[in-house]
Design a protein around this ligand. Structure first.
Ligand SMILES: NC(=O)c1ccc[n+]([C@@H]2O[C@H](COP(=O)([O-])OP(=O)(O)OC[C@H]3O[C@@H](n4cnc5c(N)ncnc54)[C@H](OP(=O)(O)O)[C@@H]3O)[C@@H](O)[C@H]2O)c1
Length: 289
């Protein structure tokens, strides 16, 4: 075990939390994990994690606490159970700017320090330490944890105050939702007109319209196979909802109808990859590849 590294509590070892906590273990940190479903935390034991039955026990021996729970409500409920005096809390889930400010106030009331640090990237980037980490909070706090965040993402950035990194993250997830629907629409359209998909992709890749996410999602849309998601559809719907709640008076846009498309896809593909929105976009059942 490396000396002088703070003991870290990691709350939430889901799809993102597990590989992120594992990276800290690989870099010599003592990591005390808790997950509501204990088996997911137990899976980190072989990497050296200590597993605790409650979040309170996990944080009691740690100076820093990293949280990757699914949403605001799960995070608030969990933090309400904890003593946080003198502790640093790094919140990495995707929540809204206002929700992040509420959590910051909660942590401050308990005598702790709060930094929001949402991430762009998914499981492969979490495993390899290539997440894009956007932090919001006091610079002095960011400086304290920057090196540790650097194990999870190459160049963690301080964006501004609490809420601003959360807003930036939602702006980017709006792009994920919109680009995926836009791509699914054009793909279904060319298939409907029997234009070869290879030709469509060649032209698209040559153009200024291309985004790498198109090639990442094409195999799933072509095979219509959406299982084992890196980013489940329900989380993207959560993020569209958060964007809509916080966009009033700022932008006017067709995101409500886009959310309906994802909800329609979710009703049939609950825990599947968000590229299943293709099923809601395409009207015909059989598409040529
Ligand atoms: N997956 C991605 O590609 C990705 C990328 C960037 C950001 N994010 C964001 O990161 C966060 C985590 O995402 P994820 O993909 O890791 O999700 P996930 O695999 O669904 O994990 C969610 C975690 O939250 C826990 N949880 C849910 N409800 C809870 C509750 N009421 N009380 C206590 N624990 C609860 C789950 O515990 P159980 O195991 O017991 O269910 C699990 O540990 C989300 O905000 C997501 O939007 C995800």
């Amino acid at each position: 075990m490396t000396r002088n590294l703070p003991a870290i509590a990691w709350l939430g070892t889901g799809l993102m939390g597990a590989p992120m906590a594992t990276r800290l273990l690989e870099h010599g940190y003592q990591v005390r994990v808790w997950n509501r479903t204990r088996s997911k935390a137990e899976a980190l034991k072989s990497a050296g994690a200590e597993v605790f039955p409650t979040p309170g026990e996990a944080v009691s021996g740690a100076g820093w606490i990293f949280v990757t729970l699914s949403d605001f409500s799960a995070t608030e409920t969990t933090l309400n159970q904890l003593g946080l005096a003198g502790k640093v809390l790094v919140q990495m889930a995707t929540i809204s700017p206002h929700q992040s400010q509420v959590l910051a106030a909660l942590v401050a009331r308990k005598g702790g320090d709060y930094l929001e640090a949402p991430v762009l990237g998914s499981i492969p980037e979490a495993r390899s330490g290539r997440l894009i980490i956007m932090a919001g909070g006091p610079e002095i706090l960011f400086n304290r944890v920057e090196q540790t965040l650097g194990i999870l993402g190459e160049t963690p950035r301080l964006i501004g105050e609490v809420g601003q990194a959360a807003a930036l993250k939602l702006a980017l997830n709006q792009l994920i939702a919109s680009l995926t629907v836009a791509f699914a629409t054009s793909l279904a359209y060319v298939q409907g007109h029997e234009v070869k998909v290879d030709i469509f992709m060649d032209v698209l890749r040559q153009s200024a319209l291309y985004a790498p996410t198109f090639d990442k999602k094409l195999p799933r849309m072509q095979s219509r196979e959406y299982s084992h998601p890196n980013f489940p559809t329900e989380h993207l719907i959560k993020d569209i909802g958060l964007f809509l709640q916080t966009a009033d008076g700022i932008v006017s846009m067709p995101l409500r109808s886009m959310r309906e498309l994802y909800e329609k896809a979710l009703s049939r593909h609950r825990f599947e990859d968000y590229s299943c929105v293709f099923e809601a976009v395409a009207k015909t059942e059989n598409h040529q590849k």
